[in-house]
Design a protein around this ligand. Structure first.
Ligand code: NAD
Ligand code: WQD
Length: 336
């Protein structure tokens, strides 16, 4: 069975991807320092799949640990999720973000080279597009200057991968540019675990409905959008996880020194108010929300053109926005 190292595999997207890899006949080997997750996730993965997971608690900036993992397992590919992702914090402590997000990629690439591991899927983000001039966003849409150190780490990592593959190191790489991941595993055993006050919309919605937050503030309703609130492309995390499986299957068919980028979204834009209404419909809860001022730096509208990933990887999303809201809500309720 093909073994895939998942850095950051105890996190939100990594844990869902671990499940989908198993379902597709690949064995995930998880490395996570638990800086933004916890070990209970491993028990939950076991409950969902009925499988034992190999887990290493540690830092993927630690090259000796990476080498140890590679000598204990015949690793054939890596998914590099491990990163810090809090946009606001990245403006306060940018070096922490550059060191972890960029530094870990460099170390990983060096170890992959030494150990002869060819395949890498990298977690990039729609943040590299900023506010696009033309919608929907294709992979050829020019990237904009990053709005935050976090966003810049994703751009820099993409650039490093492009330059590295050009140097013909014998590897094959796909960068997946995720749009807005939402939802949770339909079993409600794993999902997003924001630490402190959530910055992202959907966990804020579910925590408000659960009574943990008093109210949700909609950041602006006077934009040039169908109802005045901002537009995003909300992709169910299980669909997103499946895109990683498809990426590995595609990489296996490619020659050496290969690099491609794919958007991962639904291809649909939804406003903040549409998300709220979808949540209210599936949950039966009335959400306490108010309209507030615009959030500085917010992208007004963005959504993906998914033609490339549909046609090249044969990947299509299966979950609707309502499915995402239902699964996010069930997950929130499971937390008690
Ligand atoms: P997450 O914080 O839930 O998962 C990241 C995991 O990596 C965590 O479990 C954390 O403990 C671990 N980690 C961080 N640094 C580490 C290190 N040095 N060594 C080992 N483990 C480390 O985040 P997520 O939402 O699952 O995001 C996964 C990836 O996807 C990140 O690279 C993120 O930037 C990217 N991404 C996320 C979103 C989003 O909105 N969630 C959107 C686009 C891209
Ligand atoms: C979504 C919409 C808000 C909270 C983030 C990261 C970005 C990338 C994608 C990782 C926006 C509105 C939110 C609230 C609200 N992640 N909102 N009230 O802005 O797309 O970006 O995720 O790579 O780097 O910054 O996602 O969930 O913060 O916001 O009205 O309390 O919800 O204005 O329109 P965003 P988000």
């Amino acid at each position: 069975m093909k073994k895939i190292l998942i850095t950051g595999g105890a996190g939100y997207i990594g844990s869902h991807t671990a499940v989908e890899l198993w379902n597709a006949g690949m064995e995930p080997i998880i490395l996570d320092d638990l800086s933004n997750s916890n070990e209970e996730v491993l028990n939950r993965l076991r409950e969902i799949t009925g499988k034992e997971f190999v887990f290493y608690k540690g830092d993927c900036n630690d090259s000796s640990l990476l080498k140890k993992i590679c000598s204990e397992h015949q690793i054939e590919g890596v998914i590099h999720f491990a990163a810090f992702k809090a946009v606001g914090e990245s403006t306060q402590v940018p070096l922490k973000y550059y060191r972890n997000n960029v530094g870990s990629l460099l170390i990983l690439l060096e170890v992959m080279k030494e150990k002869g591991i060819r395949d890498l899927v990298f977690s990039s983000s729609c943040t590299v597009y900023g506010q696009p001039d033309i919608l929907p966003v294709t992979e050829a849409t020019p990237r904009k200057d990053a709005e935050s150190p976090y966003g810049n780490t994703k751009k820099i990592c993409e650039d490093i991968l492009v330059d590295y593959v050009k140097s013909k190191p014998g590897i094959r790489v796909i960068s997946l540019r995720y749009f807005n991941p939402v939802g949770a595993h339909p079993s409600s055993k794993i999902g997003e675990l924001p630490i402190g006050t959530p910055q992202n919309l959907v966990p804020f919605i579910t925590q408000t409905a659960a009574g943990i937050r008093e109210k949700l503030t909609v950041f602006g309703n006077d934009y040039d959008t169908p109802d005045g609130s901002c537009v995003r492309d909300y992709i169910h995390v299980v669909d997103l996880a499946d895109a990683h499986v498809k990426a590995f299957q595609y990489l296996a068919e490619q020659g050496s020194d290969f690099y491609e980028v794919f958007n991962v979204g639904t291809g649909n834009g939804n406003t903040v108010l549409e998300v709220i209404h979808a949540f209210e419909k599936v949950s039966g809860e009335k959400l306490n929300y108010v309209i507030g001022p615009r959030r500085p730096g917010d992208v007004v509208k963005t959504w993906a053109d998914t033609t490339k990933i549909n046609q090249v990887l044969g990947w299509y999303p299966k979950f609707s926005l309502e499915d995402s809201m239902r699964d996010s809500w069930n997950w929130q309720k499971s937390l008690g």
